[in-house]
Structure formats: C-alpha cells, structure tokens
Design a protein around this ligand. Sequence first.
Ligand code: ZN
Length: 287
Amino acid sequence: MGETTRRIRDAGGRAEIIKTDGPKLLALGDGYLDLDLSRFPDVVRGVGDDLAIADGQDLNDLCLSVNAFLVETPDRLCLIDAGDGARRAPSLGHLEKALKSAGYDRADITDLFMTHLHGDHAAGLVQDGARLFENAQLFVSEEEHRYWNAPEEHDAIQATQAPFALAALEAYRERITLIKPGQNLVEGVEAVGLPGHTPGQVGFRIGNELPVLVSADAIHLPALQIKHPEWGFLFDADRSKALKTRLGLLDAVVETNIRLAGAHIPFPGVIKVVRNNENIGYETIRD
Ligand SMILES: [Zn+2]
C-alpha cells in the first residue's frame, strides 16, 4: 500500500489544524471511500497509473478521503460538510470522533456550511430523519436547493443522491439559510461558486493574505486531475461545466498563495498547486 493510501485509510476520526490568517480552520477525517476506476471513466491507464504511483496511490486499490472542515470564529463554530454518516461504517462515519478529538460535540456546531448535498457530504447531517446537529443552521446555495427539488433535472446517477439531499433539507427545513456565491457568511468566510459537480456547488474561501479555498468536489483526485483536469468524475452532474470550473480554479490558484482544500483531497485535505514552466503539479501541505 502506498504512503498516501495509508494516510487516507488512517484519517477517520482525526483532526488537524490548517494554517490561515483568518479564522481557525481544522480538517476533520470522516474516513475513506473505496472506489473502482469506473468512477473516473476518462482516465487513460498507464499514464494514470504512473501519476497515482508517483503520489503514493494505486489505481487498482483506489480510495478517496472524505473530509469535513471546521471553522472557529470568536462566536461561531461552523462545520463545512458533514461526511457520509454511519451508513458505510467502518470506513466512513467518523466525523463525530474527529470533532471530539478537536474538543467539540455536535451540539456545539452553530452553522453548517454545505458545499453541495451529495450523500458523502450531507448524509452525516441526519439520522432516521432527525437532525444530528441540534443547534445548527443549515446554509445551502439557492441553486443547490432549487436543483434537488427539481427531480425532472436529475439523471439516473444524480437520482441516487436525491434522497440524501432531500432528507437533509427536510430535517433542517425551519433552519435553512439560502446563500449565493460571493456572499460573506461569517467574518473571513466567503462562498465561491463552483458549479458543475452539482449545479449549485459552492466552495468557501477562508482568510485573506494566507487564504485556503475549501473547493468542495471540484477536484476528486489531485494525483490525476491536476495534470489531467479533463479526467472527470462519474458523479459530476454536468461534466463539461465541472471541467470548466476545474480549469478556472487551477488557473486562479496556481502561482498564488491560495491553498486548495477539498473533501476528497488526501487527508488533511490541503494542497498547493504549483507550475514550473509548463509543468503543473502540486505539493501536499502539512502544517
Ligand atoms: Zn463528494
């Protein structure tokens, strides 16, 4: 097993601090998702295998981190995404343990900032129809909320995710705030539009001079998709829009001090995209 694969499989229940100049930010490990390569239908074997191996991973034994992030301000405790819940334990469902290891309980969360409402981000919000975060408000983009209430727009793949989205929207229905890209949610946290993976997907930019952009599912597997952004993910609702967003994101962050965090970037889920001449790559950030 490669070193990165080992780190991904070992992340459930862990919490790590990510440096920013804004609010305190932590990565929380919900666990990992075993995948087969059919989830990346465009990958060219050989080229992809070499990139994975160079990154300490193996396309024949592929797994993705499932991370959430915690933002602490003086008076708010904001969770970005809520993991997969208990349905696929033991590989997933360790968010509560990660929160506890950071010194918190679910009841301490005041705000839930959702990047989008696929199951691996939203199933952890609810158990048996009841809210798991009893004191929290749910922040969802207006477009994401509209999309999941429009079943005629879901293809067969997105339809598999609709029950998770709708269960979350139902359980928190009295506590939902609809947001738009560009909006500041709390001091130092801004929503950023990243449409494609889902129509209403947003990321969250945290900090100013040393910012981290929690980029949701714009990139699933940096080992492949930084060099080959055209290798889309099967669960991208609109693969061409997802590609455009991915390219725009890489352009926006390369050669800047913006670090990219993501729900599926190997735990603790933060990279810095770098370009040497025409060669684009990334560095893993571990503070
Ligand atoms: Zn995801």
